[in-house]
Ligand binder design. Structure first.
Ligand code: PMT
Length: 400
């Protein structure tokens, strides 16, 4: 699975840098092309000559080659890569990556990389356990980076605890599994809706809701990482994605969302409707700002918005799968099962506003998958990216 892949191996300044030579060798033996990028302090731990001899490519460590003035383009490198692996990743580099401190070639390359990023931390146990390190790793996770957790054992300080960089063989296996997984939905098309819709009252006001788009964007990225070509129809959100297989179409209202979803749906094998679509829109939109000084308090008449899920559900052909979401506050399961039936869904992901840490805007969620054929798959509270992975596992199992 790794044969022919372009891998950037980022090495930072820690004792475990000696293991990076073995990792480079394993990648090369598995048929990958490897470009090493080192931080200046990594050079104190392992020589670039060893790594360039193993990879057959000069190591990149500075923005310029000192004697020729040749510029090393982190942007080109970022585009070249199929994966970037930072092993070992020190607390310092993890912090810089989390906060965009681009003061060396490794961090600038990381910020330019469009490919999936794997981070294998290595440090002393107290540094590893520090809330700052844990928070920075959580930030990297929330950017969609893959953290290869360190193992426990004897550390360079001779203390025993968690902080040993994962063994090179295991890092290779993580990459192999990742690329294998990336083939599961190859050739499939997916449609995802995400975020809220805004229904205009006048040029400055709207009816909306608290959806941030985090759940929908996590699903779009997870589907793309498994190989699907994804159309993401997104309401107004601040989250974004740079995944090359996700085509984002921005809309504002439910009617606009329906129009874009209808265009993509006929070609879609998998449709996941995560958006919190406003059920009602103002019957009339004022063309000028409604003024507070006006004598009468305005009454806003409402009309029902189209139901995107039900519209697509009515057109579903054999072989197409539609997964909905249900956000409930009471009598959750009964409402969700009713939506499966009314909207002709194959399954629904039920999340409840009664569960702390689930639903709108937070980084975590807890969903129970209920299927049209009566299965109930309870979930746990996890990051939205992990919940998305569980939902896509369910989708791939159902397709096979
Ligand atoms: O965006 P986040 O902040 O990460 O929050 C995620 C979320 C809470 C918005 C998400 O997990 C979620 O629950 N989305 C569905 C919210 C919702 O509107 O549920 P509903 O029960 O009202 O709708 C049921 C299904 O019909 C949903 O798939 C919805 O997209 C769809 N629908 C609803 C109304 C409508 N007019 N058209 C629709 O397609």
């Amino acid at each position: 699975m790794i044969r022919g892949k372009h891998i950037i191996l980022g090495i930072t300044g820690g004792i475990a840098a000696y293991k990076s030579a073995m990792l480079a060798r394993l990648f090369i033996k598995a048929g990958a092309e490897v470009q090493v990028v080192m931080t200046p302090s990594a050079r104190e731990f392992i020589t670039p000559v060893t790594l360039s001899a193993l990879t057959g490519k000069p190591v990149v460590s500075e923005f310029f080659t000192a004697n020729t003035g040749e510029w090393h383009s982190h942007v080109d490198l970022g585009l070249w890569a199929d994966a970037m692996v930072i092993a070992p990743a020190t607390a310092c580099t993890i912090g810089k990556m989390a906060h965009g401190v681009a003061d060396n070639m490794l961090v600038t390359t990381y910020l330019s990389a469009k490919a999936p990023v794997f981070v294998a931390p290595a440090m002393d146990l107290d540094m590893m356990a520090h809330p700052s390190t844990r928070a920075n790793l959580e930030l990297l996770r929330s950017y969609g980076n893959h953290i290869i957790e360190p193992a426990s054992g004897e550390l360079a300080s001779h203390l025993i605890g968690k902080g040993r960089m994962e063994e090179p063989e295991n890092i290779l296996r993580v990459l192999e599994d990742f690329f294998e997984k990336g083939e599961t939905l190859r050739g499939k098309r997916a449609l995802v809706t995400a975020g809220p819709t805004y229904e205009k009252i006048d040029p400055v006001r709207f009816i909306g809701n608290y959806s941030s788009g985090k759940m929908g964007y996590a699903l779009a990225e997870e589907l793309a990482e498994r190989g699907a070509e994804v159309t993401l129809v997104s309401g107004p959100v601040t989250v974004s994605t740079t995944h090359p297989q996700v085509n984002v179409i921005k809309v504002e209202s439910a009617r606009e969302m329906l129009a874009e979803a209808e265009k993509a749906f006929p070609e879609s094998d998998i449709t996941v409707l995560t958006a919190a679509v406003a059920d009602y829109a103002p019957a009339e939109v004022a063309d000028r700002k409604i003024k507070r000084e006006e004598s009468e308090i305005p009454t806003i008449g409402l009309v029902k918005n189209p139901d995107i899920a039900a519209t697509l559900g009515a057109r579903k052909r054999p072989g197409q799968m539609i997964i909905g979401f249900a956000l409930e506050t009471d009598n959750e399961e009964a409402h969700a099962l009713d939506k499966i039936r009314r909207k002709n869904l194959d399954a629904i992901c039920l999340n409840s506003l009664r569960t702390p840490g689930a639903g709108f805007a937070v980084d975590t969620n807890l969903v129970t998958i209920l299927t049209a054929d009566g299965q109930k798959l309870p979930g746990e509270l996890k990051s939205k990216r992990e919940v998305a992975a569980d939902i896509v596992d369910f989708i791939t199992n159902s397709l096979s």
